[in-house]
Design a protein around this ligand. Structure first.
Ligand SMILES: Cc1ncc(COP(=O)(O)O)c(C=O)c1O
Length: 393
């Protein structure tokens, strides 16, 4: 097919839920890819943090295709090898005790919310169901996770929502404290608000919330959908904050390109769910879990150190670009605030010049592959610098 044919069919048959850029991917390898006209690009987006090791990583392709050739699916009524291997590796890297597999970030958060409510209600009674989330957070697109999301703009025209969510200001411990009551079952946070603009939480705030949760037996719930699986230079971002969450959700980079989400349970919650409480037909899908194993196998201390090194290069260079006001984030999850011009205009310009970048509100957002080479990084940053300069007003 040609790009024009693809665009035409998309217009006619695909629901218009995305404002698409003028681009279709034909194929890729690592941090490089090609469109239908043979134009080459460097990818700083990884499909929004999904392709942890870039396009068509050979180890990942081998693991996924070998599993697909054996069997793609069997019900969760039976045991499977890729699922148990992925769960073991997640527990070893996170320090959590057990894992439930679903298919996406929103679904992982749904599982996390259900588990928190069950833990609190069975221990303290039916009235303990509220979950405090942070203003400017993002937790997904289902009715319940939209309710958990602390952004009013996401709430227009979709009510009534699942009740029981209370919003507090990020990095304002007194505000969190003022929202805590006998009804509070959990406090749910992203360590770095990703969609909200790549804004890391303050360590002191996170530590205080963790201590409060411990004192009151409120569950500390961490959404690592975007920050997890090596993205921030840690296996999971909460490890940088020195806390031990009671429940964690993750997705995106975990599958390396296939749909998978996971809820991780700590000591308090590992036995909260019993047979019949929760499930998913496609959850723990063997092909997706084989992909996850290939990703998790590559996550080690050397890789994390390399992510931190590349992160430092981006921070140092981007902070000096003309028209850049600030650089935020951690590891290879980076937000660039502009002095003038829009992040959307930068993304369009970058695409024209052969670089794929993302936006998060008014920030340019970078989520490059964890294994991007120094050369690819340099080339991409040079394009980005030019684009940011050109949008200045
Ligand atoms: C922190 C966070 N939570 C949840 C989600 C929802 O994940 P999914 O789109 O896989 O449902 C996202 C997606 O961007 C996210 O960044």
């Amino acid at each position: 097919m040609t790009f024009a044919e693809i665009k035409e069919l998309d217009q006619q048959y695909v629901a218009h839920t995305y404002g698409r850029f003028d681009f279709a991917l034909k194929c890729g390898s690592g941090a490089e890819c090609e469109d239908y006209d043979g134009k080459k690009y460097i990818d700083f987006s990884t499909g929004i943090g999904v392709n942890a090791f870039g396009f068509a990583d050979p180890d990942w392709v081998k693991a996924v295709s070998e599993q697909a050739a054996k069997f793609a699916h069997i019900s969760n009524l039976y045991y499977t090898e890729p699922g148990v291997k992925a769960a073991k590796m997640i527990c070893e890297k996170s320090g959590m005790k057990k894992v439930f597999f679903g298919n996406s970030g929103a679904e992982a958060n749904e599982g996390m919310i259900k588990a928190a409510r069950k833990y609190a209600q069975t221990k303290y009674g039916k009235e303990r169901y509220e979950i405090i989330t942070l203003i400017n957070s993002f937790h997904g697109r289902t009715i319940t996770t939209v309710a958990a999301t602390g952004q009013d703009s996401m709430h227009v025209n979709f009510d009534p929502f699942t009740p029981g969510f209370v919003y507090a200001k990020a990095n304002d411990f007194e505000d969190v404290l003022s929202k805590v009551s006998d009804k509070t079952a959990g406090i749910m946070m992203e360590m770095i608000q990703g969609e909200g603009g790549v804004i890391p939480l303050d360590k002191e705030f996170v530590e205080k919330v963790a201590a409060l949760c411990k004192e009151k037996d409120i569950l500390l719930m961490v959404d690592e959908v975007q920050t997890g699986n090596g993205r921030t230079g840690y296996y999971y971002a909460y490890q940088a904050f020195g806390i031990e969450p009671d429940i964690v959700s993750t997705a995106k980079g975990l599958g390396g390109g296939l749909p998978i989400g996971a809820v991780m349970f700590g000591e308090k919650t590992e036995n909260t769910f019993v047979p019949g409480d929760h499930g998913s037909t496609f959850g723990m899908n063997p092909v997706c879990c084989a992909g996850a194993c290939a990703v998790l196998q590559k996550l080690d201390e050397a890789l994390l150190a390399d992510v931190k090194k590349k992160s430092a290069v981006i921070f140092e260079k981007a902070a000096k670009f003309e028209n850049v006001a600030s650089v935020t984030g951690m590891g290879l999850m980076i937000g660039i605030e502009l002095k003038s011009g829009t992040s959307k205009a930068v993304a369009i310009k970058c695409l024209e010049k052969g670089l794929i970048v993302l936006t998060a509100h008014e920030k340019v957002r970078l989520l490059p592959p964890l294994n991007i080479t120094e050369d690819q990084l340099e080339k991409g940053l040079a394009i980005l610098e030019e684009a940011i300069k050109e949008v200045a007003e």
